[in-house]
Design a binder for this molecule. Sequence first.
Ligand SMILES: Cc1cc2nc3c(=O)[nH]c(=O)nc-3n(C[C@H](O)[C@H](O)[C@H](O)COP(=O)(O)OP(=O)(O)OC[C@H]3O[C@@H](n4cnc5c(N)ncnc54)[C@H](O)[C@@H]3O)c2cc1C
Length: 387
Amino acid sequence: MSENFDAIIVGLGAMGSAAAYQFAKRRAKVLGLDRYAPPHTLGSTHGETRITRVANGEGLEYSPLALRANILWREIERESGAGLLTQNGFAAIAGKKRAAKAGNAEFLEVTIAAAKAAGIDYEIFAGKEFRERFPAFNVQDDDTVYFDRVGGFLRPEACVETQLKLAKNKGAEIHLNEQVLTFEQTHGMVRVKTAAAEYSAKTLVLAAGPWLPELMEAKLMPGLKVTRQIVCWFRVKAAARIEDFQPQRFPVFVWQVPAEQISYGFPALGGREDGVKVSTEQYAVAVDPDNMDRTVSVAEQNALYDEYVGPYFPGLDRACVRSAVCLYTSVPDSRFVIDRHPVHSGVIVASPCSGHGFKHSAAIGEAVAQMALGEPHLDLSEFRFRA
Ligand SMILES: Cc1cc2nc3c(=O)[nH]c(=O)nc-3n(C[C@H](O)[C@H](O)[C@H](O)COP(=O)(O)OP(=O)(O)OC[C@H]3O[C@@H](n4cnc5c(N)ncnc54)[C@H](O)[C@@H]3O)c2cc1C
């Protein structure tokens, strides 16, 4: 006999830990299963920081999630005492004819439109003005910079750890190092098989991140792809002022540099030797999360520095003091898919979130729990399955 739950969650990373907390908060009988022990470094939710922006250059449909998530992050901080969210400002930088080739050429314009639609305050700077205010950034005089004070960064590992802890305290059953092998829906219940046992629930939430392709038929998510991303922390030069890289003088940023992709980055969270995290994206090469290179080569570090870092931050040294490999799980146009499974109505899919999902994860977890329990929730119609 398998044990019955209101909900079972497969994967306890960003989306799954948020969902586990939200189900448990509603006193639902919930089981969370993960093949590893989150927070871990094998999926999509590690590397110290994630940008949060209410004004999303990816589209106006994301702002309600970000606004709700910011409220929830603060609630979770109050409940747990953990420090999760720092709102030190967000800058979107672009210049005439300087859009990244494979990036969204309208990123700045959509960011401004999203800020207006969401009703948040923002400023527009000419390049020179922005440089005077934030001297670490070598923006050009004819660049334009969007800036707001709502954006900033989250601590992903602490967010996952905290929500799992709160979920457990509220009665959630959490099984780590237990991989889900299969699921099937019969007679209104979803049955889940792991290497250790079988369980049933009214709702199954698939939050498997980069392992989602193992649990979804490919034809249901055309273009679903997992890509390897690298991030590096570059040392602050002895000749540069460390204060210029610290949160009060260095907002998180997304920069339409004249290269293949955008660059993005974070302030220094320690001293100059701890470095400043800057990265870019790549969607060209797909990988298998169970069989891939998880180290960042010196050649990759140098290429990142030469194309995306050195010319834009003269105060950062070529020395990469730390690096990490992380995974994007994407469908075309970097859309989200948060919807009931097209074949199994008792299954809710809460991935992929295409490289920009973390900031919204608290709100996605809440909406998923509300959807499963028949409560009103944020409008997710923009994130439906598309054939
Ligand atoms: C380098 C990088 C930078 C990013 N920057 C940003 C940013 O600045 N801002 C932002 O908002 N977003 C950002 N993102 C995206 C964001 O981090 C992801 O959208 C989010 O973390 C995805 O969370 P997830 O829960 O889908 O996946 P994960 O957190 O990877 O969780 C999936 C979990 O499922 C488990 N699992 C998988 N298969 C099974 C199974 N069969 N049985 C049991 N457990 C299973 C795994 O062990 C894992 O713990 C970035 C991502 C990367 C990689």
